[in-house]
Design a protein around this ligand. Structure first.
Ligand code: PMP
Length: 456
């Protein structure tokens, strides 16, 4: 008997309706009211497409959760998983494995220079938790400065450091101590009501003001380009300025590159756009193109050296799990072979010009912004007031969101796009073609009239 003969075949005997029914009844649908969860059965995927149970293909215009950077079912990555399972499915993290050694060596090639000590987790959330603990152990200080309009994960520590209102919906006590919030960098809707460049990037200066007045600050935590909260691209001065502030005040900089890493913005990591090296870089998602769950907390050598004679009080059973590391090796090789980081940078002007033209045509678009293959289309009721169609309060109260309605229409037309509160995220796999970009943007174009007619 071959091993495949003994595999359970139950899934294949079910209809899409049965699969959806079991999923809804027996699982939690996340970040939502359970009653409203009516998931589509996805049965297959390839390249830039996901395929439903009836065989209908959808252009994956946001790479699922901005994570399938290589596109679906890359054969080299798929094979690396099978090969690792045959070779060594698991060894506890205290042992040395060839897979971890190989990946660590490769990471030195792609991470910013000076980031060279690695702790592997199984999610971005856990990688952030590791970063916070490392920063606190290293500095002996307790506070993390995070920003409003940020997302860093869903567990107690990382949700406590999350600025957006998802934090409010946490269980009692979940807001957590040890985090203080500063202003986001958001030139379109500046929380300080300033205008760039006359502001002199005052939002960075305010972080310095916080460091000096809070005391006991271990680290400043930043998404280089804010992801779920709107693809907010900072002005060029922001990161160099904050790097200087962190250095002058003896505070660590943690860059959360969970969404912005792995070529998404046209560089391996977004901090490279501004020539800044953080003390700790956190990433996940694109590291394996999402084929297996892997996160990474990577630190400077100086931080690594500290733990030579200090107890490293952290670890997981599944840390550095060989099955998660092998596909990361394959992903890096594939990204290099296909030259995907440059490809994302080269396609950026094309996407930008298409989106700018879309903005000319639709009065419901307040702003388009992004870098590489990572763009937001921000919808507003009125360009003067910049008032969005919906807010987070609508979302957490279960009110229907206009962007979801538009995304639903696009899905029916065969384009899957992420819609968040009042913006869309355009972030296709980095293998996307110009024709596929056209198709996705055309689908948005077709249905934006729904928003235009609601403008005031
Ligand atoms: N940080 C950022 C910037 C993210 O975008 C996310 C996920 N969207 C996370 C952390 C959490 O990662 P994960 O979902 O893998 O736990």
């Amino acid at each position: 008997m071959s091993p495949t003969d003994t595999l359970p075949q139950n899934m294949h005997g079910m209809t899409s309706e049965e699969i959806v029914d079991l999923t809804r009844r027996l699982n939690y649908g996340t970040w939502r009211f359970q009653k409203s969860w009516n998931p589509v059965h996805i049965a297959d995927a390839e390249d830039c497409y996901i395929i439903d149970g009836a065989g209908k293909r959808y252009l994956d215009f946001s790479s699922q959760l901005m994570c399938v950077n290589l596109g679906h079912k890359n054969p080299v990555v798929v094979e690396s998983i099978a090969q690792q399972a045959r070779e060594l499915p698991y060894a506890m993290p205290g042992y040395a494995t060839a897979t971890r050694a190989e990946l660590s060596k490769l990471l030195l090639e792609v991470l910013p220079e000076g980031i060279n000590k690695f702790f592997f987790t199984t999610s971005g959330t856990e990688a952030n938790e590791a970063a916070f603990k490392i920063a606190r152990m290293y500095t002996g200080k307790s506070k993390i400065i995070a920003r409003y309009r940020s997302y860093h994960g869903s567990t107690s520590g990382s949700i406590a450091a999350t600025g957006d209102p998802r934090r409010w919906a946490m269980e009692p006590g979940g807001k957590g101590p040890g985090v203080v919030f500063g202003p986001e960098v958001n030139c379109y809707r500046c929380p300080m009501k300033h205008t760039y460049p006359q502001c002199g990037v005052a939002c960075a200066d305010y972080i310095e003001h916080m460091i000096r007045n809070e005391s006991d600050v271990a680290a400043v935590l930043l998404e280089p380009i804010v992801g779920t909260n709107g693809v907010l691209v900072p002005p060029d001065e922001y990161f160099p300025k904050l790097r200087k502030i962190c250095d002058e005040n003896g505070v660590l900089m943690i860059a959360d590159e969970v969404m912005t890493g792995w070529g998404r913005t046209g560089k391996w990591f977004a901090v490279e756009h501004w020539g800044v090296t953080p003390d700790i870089l956190v990433t996940a998602k694109g590291i394996t193109s999402a084929y297996v769950p892997l996160g990474l907390c990577a630190t400077s050598e100086k931080i690594g050296d500290f733990f030579l004679d200090h107890y490293f009080a952290h670890g997981h059973t599944y840390e550095a799990h060989p099955m998660t590391l092998a596909p990361a090796v394959a992903t890096i090789h594939e990204m290099q072979r296909l030259n995907l980081v440059d490809r994302a940078a080269e396609l950026a002007p094309y996407v930008e010009s298409k989106l700018r033209a879309l903005k000319e045509k639709h009065r419901s678009i307040g702003e388009v912004r992004g870098k590489g293959l990572f763009w937001a289309v921000d919808l507003v009721k009125n360009r003067e007031t910049k008032e969005p169609f919906n807010t987070y309060t609508d979302k957490v109260s279960g009110a229907p969101l206009l962007v979801d309605q538009i995304a639903g229409k696009m899905f029916a037309d065969g384009v899957a796009i992420q819609a968040w509160v009042s913006h869309f995220v355009i972030a296709p796999p980095l293998i996307v073609t110009k024709e596929e970009l056209d198709r996705g943007i055309d689908a948005l174009d077709k249905h934006l009239s729904l928003a235009d007619e609601k403008c005031v």
